[in-house]
Ligand binder design. Structure first.
Ligand code: MCN
Length: 730
């Protein structure tokens, strides 16, 4: 026994890898109509007319929706469809509903849009000089974060530097595109969705449709990845629901990959103009940053600028910091979160700064970080975030050993004329967003245990992690624990899976529920056994009395509650063996770690990773195999962001990256071996003192790789992606 800490195989996998997953598109309901979306073909324009008379003549077409004005916060024009203005290529303009998806697509092609094209603005810095392309405003969001006297500190520093850093725009690339099935029976609405949070979706849809339906339930279908991009409902979700209400039939919409590329909200896309001052020994004295975030055609993603700004100081003790966040509108697909959500950007900037300080004073990058790291925890950063626990210096020492080892390897390879370099990134993560999470733990009549959690994993394997926690707490076999999630009718309220919060919050909710459940079991068993409850202890899946050695197994207590069909319940304890807990922490948790990469830059500019070390501290690691999987996935995503991926547009705002041949997702041949180790010194304040691991690697990988290339090519790199053509040996 003792599952926590062990690499238990994922309970989720047998179903998914034997083709028994039920993704939205696998759900078949009789009479289902299919929906196809007509999208804006231009990045900017005045919409004059949507003529769908020909679409209605297409065989199989049942109806068309245009000009839908359901109120939706923070979408372009605050409606799910363009009504007056076209704001980006891919923006929904109309929807055609038909008996099958082919007729729906044919119908969509027959819709004619009458519009006057306007000049589009794509570049966020140019947008700032324009008169504004969305709602007549160039600046959609502005906020200043300031602490101490940054300008004074920089001006009085012996050394100063200024630079512009850029992080490109990326697509989350989930294996499954977005999709939704909406079923309305004249009274209740059930929505099946590929989502990270059925409860968010329910709350948003209630705002829009609550007056028109009596009961609204959202069920997360098996979801083939999301990486942050499926947290909030999208225009298509509202339109599909509207269609099912109007036509009183189930309506399904499944995005094609091309649609997903232009309509799923994209991420990163920040420019930082930083100025900083430091002393001869490498101490960062002051820092200012003009942060421009390209929000695209809606203001929804502004909060990512706030996360970046408040995390900009990273794990370092710099006190004098100013960040001006400027969120800019452009005629591009709106922005939202992607794995790491604001923290990879912050880490990239502060780690670039650490490297430049090292270069300027000719010091070892590890030493510069050591000098600046926060030593005493808890520590409140300049913008009020309180870093909770851990030992940053200790982890950096370990990373320093790995760094020295890879440097030695690099030295040896350099003597052969090979272009190799080592890069380091020390990162601090912020997670535990969202106030709390819920979980119910129930013993069924057969003695097996059901856990229903509010988190909504979609690839992470969190169901297995939570099963480990509950199995340990109840002292039972993990095969006797079934964890489910994703159905709003099964658990009252919840938030979902994002911000690497699920194990910490849902795991602890389940732990506390299991603890209280043991008290219920003891109380009921004491009545059944005719013993004083104080005499009983819960042990290893049962209740026993140490005095006389009598014992009742959990399954016997459960069986007892359902044994008799007639009669009355003659006990004081209630017959339910179930407990629901909502668990929250009153602070964020801050995992941290370091990545060290050794890369070789080939003559043709391609980059090969020769060695890669990741070290994390997330407090207690529940399942090292699952956690390692998260680390490996995050690193290859980081590799993609640094070397192969970027969403590009032409000057008129036509997307140039609309499928996997024009968007460079890393492939198998790019992958490399990663060695991962973890420390468990930074425990969270929760009963199960775990922090999240789901995003750390997408934060730590960027600067490790960029710095390694920079060292290999003796260059200065100020933006990602780093293009192979710039690295060719001449
Ligand atoms: N875990 C653990 N010990 C810990 C923390 C976590 O063993 N101390 C395990 C958990 O059991 C779980 C996994 O690690 O299996 C991740 O847990 P956690 O860190 O709590 O993160 P979440 O479950 O909340 O996942 C969210 C995170 C985010 S924010 C993105 S984005 C992301 C990511 O997870 N998207 C993913 N990883 C993804 N992995 C897949 N396959 N697909 C996505 O869409």
């Amino acid at each position: 026994m003792g599952y926590v800490g062990r690499p238990i195989r994922r309970k989720e996998d047998p179903k998914l890898i034997t083709g028994r997953g039920r993704y939205v598109d696998d759900l078949e309901l009789p009479g289902t109509l299919f929906m196809a979306i007509v999208r804006s073909p231009v990045a900017h324009g005045v919409l004059k007319k949507v003529d769908y008379s020909d679409a209605l003549k297409v065989p199989g077409v049942v109806g068309v929706i245009a000009g839908l004005k359901v109120k939706v916060d923070n979408r372009p024009e605050n409606f799910p469809m363009a009504v007056n203005e076209l704001l980006y290529v891919g923006q929904p303009v109309a929807a055609v509903v038909a008996k099958d998806r082919y007729s729906a697509m044919d119908g969509a092609e027959a819709v004619q849009l009458d519009y006057e094209e306007l000049q589009a603005v794509i570049d966020p810095e140019k947008a700032l000089q324009s008169k504004g392309v969305v709602e007549g405003k160039a600046v959609a969001y502005e906020r200043e974060y300031v602490s101490g006297d940054p300008e004074g500190a920089i001006n009085s520093s012996p050394k100063k530097l200024e630079m512009k850093l850029r992080i490109g725009r990326v697509y989350a690339s989930p294996m499954e595109t977005r999709g939704v099935l909406s079923v309305y029976d004249g009274n209740s609405l059930t929505v099946y969705a590929s989502t990270q949070s059925p409860h968010f979706m329910r709350r948003f849809l209630l705002d829009a449709f609550g007056g028109r339906v009596n009961n609204l339930r959202v069920e997360q279908a098996d979801t083939g990845g999301a990486f942050g991009a499926k947290l909030f409902p999208y225009p298509e979700d509202y339109i599909t629901v509207e269609a099912s209400l109007r036509f009183k039939r189930p309506v399904k919409w499944i995005g094609t990959r091309r649609e997903d590329f232009v309509s799923t909200y994209l991420s990163r896309d920040q420019v930082h103009k930083v100025r900083f001052g430091f002393d001869q020994r490498g101490t960062l004295m002051g820092l200012t940053d003009e942060l421009i975030i390209n929000l695209g055609a809606a203001s929804h993603g502004y909060y990512l600028g706030d996360i970046t700004a408040t995390m900009l100081p990273g794990p370092y003790g710099v006190k004098n910091v100013r960040v001006n966040v400027v969120g800019v509108h452009t005629n591009t697909t709106p922005l939202d979160q992607y794995r790491g959500a604001g923290r990879p950007e912050a880490t990239f900037v502060i780690e670039r700064i650490m490297d430049y300080i090292a270069d300027e004073i000719g010091a070892d990058p590890v030493e510069v970080r050591k000098r600046n790291l926060v030593r005493e925890l808890p520590y409140t950063n300049p913008f009020g975030l309180t870093y909770d626990s851990g030992n940053y210096q200790h982890l950096l020492e370990r990373a320093g050993e790995a760094y020295a080892e890879l440097e030695r390897k690099a030295q040896a390879l350099r003597t052969q004329g090979r272009r190799v370099g080592v890069g380091l990134c020390f990162y601090l993560e912020q997670n535990n967003f969202g106030p709390w999470e819920s979980a119910s733990v129930r013993v069924r009549g057969d003695g097996k245990v059901s856990v229903i959690m509010g988190a909504a994993p979609h690839g992470q394997g969190t169901g297995t992690g939570v099963a480990q926690v509950v199995a340990d707490e109840l002292g039972i076999d993990i095969d006797d624990v079934e964890v489910s999630w994703g159905d709003t009718s099964q658990i009252g309220e919840a938030f979902g899976t994002y911000g690497s919060r699920s194990l910490t919050l849902a795991g602890n909710a389940a732990l506390l529920a299991a603890r209280r459940l043991k008290d219920k079991v003891r109380a009921l068993a004491s009545e059944i056994m005719g013993t004083d409850v104080e005499e009983l202890v819960y042990k290893q899946g049962g209740v026993e009395n140490p005095k006389d050695g009598r014992r009742m197994e959990l399954r016997d207590v459960a069986k007892f509650t359902v044994a008799s069909m007639g009669g009355t319940w003659n006990f004081k304890s209630d017959p339910s063996l179930e407990v629901t807990e909502y668990f929250g922490l009153n602070n964020y948790t801050f995992p941290y770690g370091a990545h060290v990469a050794l890369v070789e830059v080939e003559d043709d500019g391609s980059v090969k990773v020769l060695d890669y070390r990741a070290i994390d501290d997330v407090g207690v690691v529940v399942n090292p195999m699952l956690a390692q999987g998260q680390v490996m996935g995050g690193i290859i995503q980081g590799y993609g962001e640094v070397f192969t991926e970027e969403i590009k547009y032409d000057d008129q705002g036509n997307p140039l990256s609309t499928d996997f041949s024009s968007y460079g997702l890393p492939r198998a041949h790019h992958s490399f071996r990663v060695s991962w180790e973890f420390m468990e010194e930074g425990k969270s304040a929760a009963p199960l003192p775990a922090k999240g691991i789901g995003e750390g690697a997408s934060i730590g990988s960027l600067n490790a790789l960029v710095r390694a290339v920079e060292r290999a090519t003796k260059s200065r790199i100020t933006e990602v992606p780093v293009r192979a053509e710039g690295l060719v040996r001449v």
